[in-house]
Design a binder for this molecule. Structure first.
Ligand SMILES: Cc1ncc(COP(=O)(O)O)c(C=O)c1O
Length: 387
């Protein structure tokens, strides 16, 4: 990968929340917001707060903001602005969209998910198995903690309606081959249903090039406010009957899946978050994240058991590990005492932890573009003391 100049200190100055002792390796659980995001939220509430569709100025500004946020979402995802829907979280949007799609499902229909998925991409289908008698199958993993594509292919049949998968795993960081999964799904006549929550802060999304049918992500994982964002292919969304109130507009088609009044102030923050990412560029973000990750991988003490690839090929910079003889919780507590923020447990990646046989889960440290070499070295030094 080419090296692109990235002035991390200048970028950090944009986010005053970073100005403290605590080091944030908890990006996989949610990232810090640049001040521009916080200011946009406050400005909306101070200057434009209203509901949509009325003739006075604050309402007209809110209409303009809703249009702008759909346009920014479209450029972020690579789709048209009518194909997006905002919601409270990925989990909420996924339960909502799976419910609408389920109106076309019958007992015996099948859904294939993967053992790399977060439960938010599995549980909605399990609940439909409970309600409708559909069948949920889980594709296994290889030793490298990649999706086992042969196993996935074996699970497909003419009853398969959906293949649900992560663009990147929020546990071990593996990034499956999206093109391969979409091709397998479409060959079986199934929808490709992507969870891009964990991938979104790390690289460009292009739903059109990827040819996914549904993709959901969460702006609070990519420097925006607590919000969910979904894409659905126009013809797919048009073919579903939404659960909605009658007076709410049916246009654009994505709006049929947005329930009630939107979180307008958070849409303002979302626009500022996309502007922030655009101003940095993915090449710069990725070369910085890769350099930090390689430093981490080169320095990780031998005694530490790292789950997942030891190189940056086919993964995002999220590292899942245990220290033999110590519980993941005790390691996270020890690191917190040293002002290093990491999470422990299963992070809702229930099937991945089951596959790994880790009842207590593992420690997870995630790197994003605002982390620094010095922070990596602090983490490595603390791990060396604990291991
Ligand atoms: C990969 C992945 N999918 C889905 C979710 C759920 O997202 P939300 O919190 O927006 O419901 C998460 C949250 O951590 C995640 O990491």
């Amino acid at each position: 990968m080419s090296t692109v100049a990235f002035d991390v200190e200048a970028v950090r100055k944009r986010t005053s929340a970073l100005d403290r002792q605590l080091v944030f390796f908890d990006g996989p659980g949610g990232t810090q917001c640049p001040d521009a995001v916080i200011d946009a939220i406050a400005r909306y509430l101070r200057e434009s707060n209203a509901n949509i569709g009325a003739p006075y100025e604050t309402s007209r500004w809110t209409d303009e903001l809703v249009t702008l946020s759909r346009e920014r979402a479209a450029s972020f995802l690579g789709c048209s602005s009518g194909e997006v829907a905002f919601g409270p979280s990925m989990t909420a949007l996924n339960f909502l969209l799976t419910r609408a799609f389920a109106r076309t499902m019958r007992a015996g229909d099948e859904v294939v998910v993967t053992a790399l998925d977060h439960d938010a991409n599995i549980a909605p289908w399990l609940e439909l198995a409970h309600d409708l008698g559909i069948v949920v199958r889980i594709a296994g993993l290889t030793e490298e903690l990649e999706v086992d594509y042969d196993d996935l292919a074996r699970l497909l049949s003419d009853r398969t309606r959906v293949v649900a998968f992560p663009v990147a795993a929020n546990s071990v960081g593996s990034a499956p081959d999206v093109g391969r999964i979409v091709e397998l799904a479409h060959e079986a006549g199934a929808l490709a249903w992507a969870d891009a929550v964990h991938y979104a802060p790390h690289g460009p999304i292009d739903v059109a090039a990827w040819d996914v049918d549904v993709l959901i992500c969460s702006p609070y994982k990519f420097f925006g406010p607590h919000l969910g964002l979904a894409y659905g292919k126009r013809e797919t969304l048009e073919s579903w009957r939404p659960y909605k109130v009658r007076p709410a507009s049916n246009e654009p088609v994505g709006h049929r899946f947005e329930l009630g009044t939107s979180q307008h102030e958070l849409l303002a923050g979302f626009v500022a978050a996309v502007d922030h990412l655009d101003s940095l560029g993915w090449d710069a973000i990725q070369s910085h994240e890769t350099a930090l990750s390689e430093r981490f991988l080169a320095g990780i003490p031998d005694r530490i058991e790292l789950y997942g690839p030891r190189t940056m090929a086919g993964r995002v910079p999220t590292f899942c590990f245990n220290i033999p003889g110590r519980s993941p919780e005790s390691v996270a507590v020890a690191l917190a005492k040293k002002d290093l923020a990491v999470w422990h447990g299963d992070y809702y990646a229930v099937e991945t932890m089951r596959y790994l046989g880790l009842e207590e889960g593992a420690v997870r440290a995630g790197i994003v573009h605002y982390n620094t070499e010095e922070e990596i070295d602090r983490l490595l030094a603390s791990l060396a003391e604990l291991a």
